[in-house]
Design a protein around this ligand. Sequence first.
Ligand SMILES: Cc1cc2nc3c(=O)[nH]c(=O)nc-3n(C[C@H](O)[C@H](O)[C@H](O)COP(=O)(O)OP(=O)(O)OC[C@H]3O[C@@H](n4cnc5c(N)ncnc54)[C@H](O)[C@@H]3O)c2cc1C
Length: 346
Amino acid sequence: VLLCDARDPGRATDAGAGIISHETNTRDASPWRTLARMAAEEYPTLARALEAEQPGDPGYGRIGMLVVAVDPDEAKLFDRYQSRLRAHGEGGSLLEVTAAEARDRFPALERVERALFDPGAARVDGRSFESALRAAAEGRGLETRRDRIEHLVVERDRVSAVETQHEAHSAAAIAICGGAWSARFGAQLGVELAVEPQRGQIAHLELVDTDTSGWSLLSGLHDHYMVPWPGGHVAVGATREDGSGFDARTTAAGVRQVLDQALRVAPGLANATLREVRVGLRPRTPDLLPLLGQIPGVRNAWVATGHGPTGLTLGPLSGRLIAACIGGEDPGVDLTPFRPDRPFVS
Ligand SMILES: Cc1cc2nc3c(=O)[nH]c(=O)nc-3n(C[C@H](O)[C@H](O)[C@H](O)COP(=O)(O)OP(=O)(O)OC[C@H]3O[C@@H](n4cnc5c(N)ncnc54)[C@H](O)[C@@H]3O)c2cc1C
């Protein structure tokens, strides 16, 4: 297997926050829930397998997540939030905790009106996990090139080769996993791959002389969240900028938004050092479900993209499912809701 990855600026995997928590997610697309549950269940086994065969930490940890309301207005939304989770069959393992318990789990919090804790939530470092997966695959014969596929050679109903600027590679089968850039491949295959970039900016803070190793993930009620790492490191984000195009820049408004939200919820972060702002282009589809399956009309071309805001959660599972399909096996999951040629209601 040959992996060609151009590693463009704005590569989402390098910027993703890495929260894995379907229990606290209110989105109602049930096919997404089926995948997200399965993906979350498979992660620990995969992480242990990577840890067992390589030095270094692949960056996965089950550290639990708090969802907090920090003012009376948010407290009013809290019951509605819980009802929505229940309506989707979620929230069963969430525990309501006191303000003091919430502050124990995330000491930068000050005022807390209501708080829930999801003990099963995990976080993953996209950079470390992807590099561990790639090393494991290389150990099993994968070849990798940092190169851009410029052109797909299509002969009747098959892709016979892929071409970079420098060389051509014959292909028995191809899998398109180009993130936000994937639509360009669809154009060459005569199908529309409905994926667009959605920019996300996320700030990385460092709290000096603070042991964050026992902190939990934290989510507010308005999309923004915080991801603690050992060594005083806390990532806070993120913007969701539709219509951003492939403009992977840090902007003044983006940084202001993520810092405003972080300090509103957790004022104890105010004195942290701003180390870095990462920018990623989420591959977003109109219905927020991934595109997974065979390219219609092309016998040996497959796609696994469009994972939007939850691609670090779903990615390893999607890869396994599409690999099974290419190998002629039953993936064991109904991929119909994710067909790349499904109709999208705008
Ligand atoms: C700020 C932010 C926060 C996020 N938080 C979370 C989270 O908490 N939980 C979660 O589950 N997910 C999260 N995500 C989403 C997740 O990061 C993405 O869904 C996922 O990383 C997408 O992976 P991908 O491999 O499809 O795309 P990418 O990581 O973008 O990779 C696509 C790659 O394809 C390459 N490529 C494109 N075209 C070509 C070509 N022609 N030839 C060769 N290579 C090509 C690109 O250069 C790039 O390296 C977040 C994303 C962002 C930006």
